[in-house]
Design a protein. Sequence first.
Length: 64
Amino acid sequence: MELFLILLVGLLFAYFIFKVAKSKNREPVGWILAGLLLSPIIILIILALMPSLPGKKKRKKTRR
């Protein structure tokens, strides 16, 4: 049961790291791996303090 809770908490941290990195236009997989190597809480704090990168401009689809 304890192993299940540890995995669940780890997956939740990975999900939050993914969402924050995606919202800041950063590479989510790299940040999740950094969270596994270091501490997910520290990575979330670092991501929250970083400014957003300029995103790709979305084109409007026009019908012809």
